[in-house]
Design a protein around this ligand. Sequence first.
Ligand code: CA
Length: 577
Amino acid sequence: MKRYFTLIGIAFHVSFYVHSQQVDCTNIGFETGGTLGWVLTNGSLNSSTQKVNFINEITGTVNNRHYITQLSDGADPKVTAEKIPMVAPGSTHSIRIGNTVQGGTFDRIKTSFVVSPERPIFQYQFAVVLQNDSRHEDYQKAGFNILISDSNGQPLTCNAFSAQLQKGGIIEGFKKQGDIEYRNWSTGAIDLRNYIGRTINVEVTAHGCTEMRHYGYAYFDAQCLKAEIKPTSLCPDAEGYMTVKAPEGFGNYTWQDGQTQSTVRIKANLGDVYSVKISPLDKLNESCQFQLDYQVKFYQADTTINLTLCEGESYRVDNTVYNTTGNYVNTIRRANVCDSTIRLNLKIIPIARHSQSFTICEGQTIRVGDSTYIKTGTYLNSIRRASGCDSIITTTLLVEKMQPIVPQPQTVVQGDSILLETSIEPSGHFTTQWSPATGLSCPTCTTTWAHPSSSTTYTILFKNESQICQQTQKVVVSVLPCNVYIPDVFSPNNDQKNDVFFVYGNTCVKIIKEMVIYNRWGETVFKAENFPFSDASYGWNGQYLGKILEGVYAYKILVEFRNGETNMYRGAVALIP
Ligand SMILES: [Ca+2]
């Protein structure tokens, strides 16, 4: 052995320590990602004595036959009928031991540790993949075993698990996929409470067939557990029950009341002892069971809760509701098992209340938080403050109305005045300002006379009493030029239509100074002076010397305008009886 050690040890050696030992189980499950605390060995096989002989064992590892697995490795690639994770459930690293390619070799890991009173349960997990064949004898086939012994090399009770392929049938607890027999992750454990302070040895071996072709390998993990049943809470619930948990991952649990889960609900009577019998693996005999006890103890808890709430919120301790600032002490007693004192330091942040008033003119809006208001009313808004508590804003909104009514576009004859009337609804106190003010009788009245010399657009600014409502409107006044109209035909036949020849004029005309009409012989047939215009009673009815004669008559008409100017119109009118 020493010979090989010298020869090839340098290339493949991982550890030179034959007696490697775990320090308080720290890396017994490879959780550091390495093999610290374990000795790795390998060797070859023969079956010369009609059993598997492990020969030429050397320290070290070859060809990845001791492989630390990690979660990202996924599942075993050979077994596809179900997933065998390469890391044990609940762990982050495990080890794969053995040759995944061929037989003729074995691989082994060994460690020892001192049983601590804190963690006296040695729990191990393993999954096995073995390749079978139809020709080999049983003692030539692949296998796997775990051995646990004391410091003198004496096997412990329930010390072992071993699996050896055989001809015909499959290993109990294994499944078959083609020529593979495999066992998914299984949990074993050994109760070492009788060995506290003593050294325990663990040895795990995986091997292929003793010939060359058939591989055998296994995944392995381990941990040292507390031998305890843990309550999930220290006080019973309101019904007087509590939930307790035994270590998880074992084959069977049998509680004294018949429950079979690892976690059970029990009645909490002070001093009562609850026991569970735990079987590490389904197939191990009853002597491998171990028992854990839990005694219901008195527990005194003292909890301080510092809490800040908003006004309107509350906090409940047991059956009491608190909603005002203060320091409260509440003691809960449960089934004589638990005395829980809860000190509640409660601060209530009052709601901030804020009021505001606005007056707007109809058509405007007010925004408060996410709300928009357009009508008179009182509104409440809750707005979240930085403290996390609301503030409540009361908004009183008054909406004033002002609807001016102004005249349509107006016309006025040059020299005339026109009355411009506006009104405002609803009625009330308003101011009115016209501009330009020139030619207006009252530029600040709702109604004014206008005497524009030319066409004018008046801008009117309306304001209500509060001046919240302000609005401008426009009125257009077009100034028409001065005009006289003299017909060129009339028909004095007494049909009440166009019976009289007279002068029409608009309001810029003051008077007709003179109208003279002549017949074709130059005789004056009609003459009048200083009479009103646009008035048929001052016109010519077509008669001359008691007769009405058809014909064309010349006229001259002198018109005086309001601005004092005069104009002479000459022309002819046809008389058609
Ligand atoms: Ca592990």
